[in-house]
Structures are given as structure tokens and as C-alpha cells.
Design a protein around this ligand. Sequence first.
Ligand code: ADP
Length: 484
Amino acid sequence: PLNELRDPALLKNQAYVDGAWVDAASHFAVNDPATGQTLAQVPNLDGAAAEAAIAAANQAWPAWRDKTAKERAAVLLRWHRLILDHTEDLARLMTAEQGKPLGEARGEVAYAASFVDWFAEEGRRVYGETIPTHDRSKRLMVLKQPIGVCAAITPWNFPLAMITRKVAPALAAGCPVVIKPAEQTPLSALALAELAARAGFPAGIFNVLTADGANSIAIGKVLCDSPVVRHLSFTGSTEVGRILMRQCAPSIKKLSLELGGNAPFIVFNDADVDAAVEGALAAKYRNAGQTCVCVNRFYVQDGVYETFVTRLAQKVAALKVGNGFEPEVQVATLIDDQAVAKVAEHVQDALAKGGRLLTGGELLKGRLYAPTVIADATPDMRCAREETFGPVAPVFRFHTEAEAIALANDTEFGLASYFYSRDMGRIFRVGEALEYGMVGVNTGLISTAEAPFGGVKQSGLGREGSHHGIDDYLEVKYLCLGGI
Ligand code: ADP
């Protein structure tokens, strides 16, 4: 699929450090998850390469910090334009190495680019403060300054957007970045680096280190240990988030963590059931269920339970399933065999504990798992507690509003949640009671560059996107001017 790139220079087999394309002694294969075909070999960099990238970034930092926000914005806006101009190639790279349907990949390019545009602008609005003084001979002011070298460790499920959402605010604020993309999806990251180079980021400001699973751990250790790296942003599993947080303790590093979710989707008796079914499709089956805001648990009130599950199962059975490159495919491959095994186990477990299979429930071919709906789900099932990260919708029944809230909140996670209701009082009560960083009310799609994305409890720290998304990359400095 990559022979057809319009701009073949976007397919890179080297990493990008200090403004140069670099190689390593060993390499690892990037494979198409749908076919197993090897797409490219990329450098398997190690801890020493991470040290070099950190040093280069630190050296490049002062000149970048000293540019005006408008000068930095000009580079970011050129990068934004280049990303959009190469939408088709970036989407093909992403579908090839990650598997998502090409239409969704194109959507991700636009979503990824939107963070670059947004933060190019936000960088120009990093306002300080003047504070009414406590003493006539003093004046008090607050500056906001770039934090320093920033590291980003990103996952495979959004190979472009998880990078831009982290690095665009860092770059706009005046910080250099060292990126360690997921081992499954380095090609998208390297294409972004090629476009960043063309946009004119100075050497050392934008670095991408490719590494396999084992070397990713070694690089992660170096990024966490380094006192030069002042901020680490990570999106991935809660388990790895805990490791990174522990590793960052000695250097008291600032952290932005976007970790696992276990999103509930509640449908009340007063909901517009057809709208809820549409919202459920969007919030559950995107990227074959492999997003951290994908619904993991559906809670439906008695009065509309059978109607909802019947209509949902009908729509799910009609989803077009296949290879991400086939036209109009809506659900494509899972990322690897481990992901398939977890989905199959969750389904088997649910069926063994009395779940009613309405559609799906089988592996179609390769890593293509049939979109599945299971009714009569119960709290003892694994899918009630663990993130399935696949195209499976378990539907639980509830009776009262208080019960729905308690069930939804009964998890250590707190990223996205959704509910459908047309009662204004209920919308406020439930919206306020859900212990989640994000609540979709009568919609299954909530992500946008303008809004704060992030979780509470063990789903993470900090917010990405929105005007809040640049705060993590800035330090607050208080100046006290005396003798006035
Ligand atoms: P997923 O389950 O989505 O693959 P992970 O949390 O395992 O999520 O991986 C997300 C990112 O974290 C990837 O870039 C991966 O290489 C990286 N990673 C995994 N384990 C570690 C670790 N111990 N230290 C640093 N990075 C890690």
C-alpha cells in the first residue's frame, strides 16, 4: 500500500535527532497488523541515543525560547499547512501500520493538524499577570516561561494526534521536544518529523527516537532519569503510567498522563433511543474499539432496555467490516494477537456468566474481530472492570438514576463517560455526579482541540487541548519589585 504514496519522501527508515536523519546498529520491523506484511525497517535506538537527543534539545532550547511567540507560531503554522497538504499520504501510512479504516485515518490527520493550528495561536496568548500590591513600595508580577526540554511517549492507537496534542503546545510555549513513538507506529511519527523539518524547526527542537519494545523501556528510563528533561507527557496504559511516574520521582519531573479509561454509556428511559444508538456506534466502534474514550460498559434503564439492545445489535450487524484500505470499511483489524486474545477472553467470560450474544462474538479472519453486542451483562464479568479495547458492547440493565451513577463511578478509572437523557434536571444532576474528566451528554463524539481532554482518578493527570493544554509546558514565575 505504501508504493502509492504521492510523496515517497514521507516514508522514512531513519530516526530524526538534532536536525539530522540518523541510523542505528540494529533495526526493527514495522508490520501491517491486518496482513502481517513488513512495511519498513526502522532504527532501534537505545538509551545513548536518547541522551544525545536530550543534549541536542537542551542546546537548541535558548534560541527557540528567545524567539517571539509569533515567530514560533509561523513555523507551527507552516507545519500545520504541510500536514494538511499531505493528508492522503499520512492517512495511508497510518492505515498501513495501525490498521484503522482509511476514512478514519484521514479524520485523524485533520484532528492532529488542528492541535498545531490551535496551539500556534494559543502560544501568542500566554499572558502573565500584574497583582495588586500588599506594599506601596513594591510591585508584583507573574511571568509564564517555557519549562524546558519536554519528552513525549505516545501510543499506537492515534499515531499522529497523540504526538501533535503533546508537542504543539510544548513547541508553541518555547520548549524543544524529544518524542518516543509507539513501536507499532513509528512511520507516522517519522513522516511528521519530515514535515517538521520542511516547516523549518531549528535543529534539536523536534526529535523522534524510534525503538522496539525493549529499547523503548531503556529510552523511557533515560527520559525519566534526566534532570534536563523537565516535563514528560505520556499517553498509554495505566500500568506503564505508574512505572513512568515512579521513575520520574527522583528528578521531580512534571507529568502529563493520559491513561486507561473504562467509559460508561448510560441510556435513561427518557432518552431519544435512536440518537443513543447512533451515539453508541460512534463512541464504541471507532478504531475497532481501540481508543481510551471508547465505551466499555453500556448501562440501559429497564424501560428502554430491549428496544436499545435490539436496535443497537441491528446497526452493529450492518457495520462494514474489512481491511482498512477497502472503501467504506467501518471496522477493521485489531493491533496484534494479544489484543485479539483479550477481546476473545472478555467475550467468552461474558457468555459463560450468562451474557446473551446478539451479534458478533467471533474472529472473522486474521485479527478482524466481528463487532459484538452482548445483552444481560452483569458486574461479575471481566468487561465490567477491565478495559476491553475492542469492538465489544456489553449492555447492563439498571433501574434508578442513583444506581446508574453508582455503577458508572464504580471503577478506578475516570476518563470519558456518556449519557443520554432529555430531562434538564437529570442532565445537570448526572453530569455533575459522574466522576470523569469528560462527559458527553446526548453525543458520542466529544474530542476537539478547543476542549480540555483528560481524566480523573487513575486515568491520569493534566489536560491536553484547549487553553489549558499549554499550561503544563509553562512555569509560573513571580517577580517582586521593591524600592518603588
Ligand atoms: P498500549 O497498551 O496501548 O500498547 P503501553 O502503555 O504499553 O500502551 O505503551 C504506550 C507507549 O509506552 C509506547 O510508546 C510504548 O513503547 C511505551 N512504553 C511501554 N512500556 C514502557 C516503559 N516501561 N517505559 C517507557 N515507555 C514504555
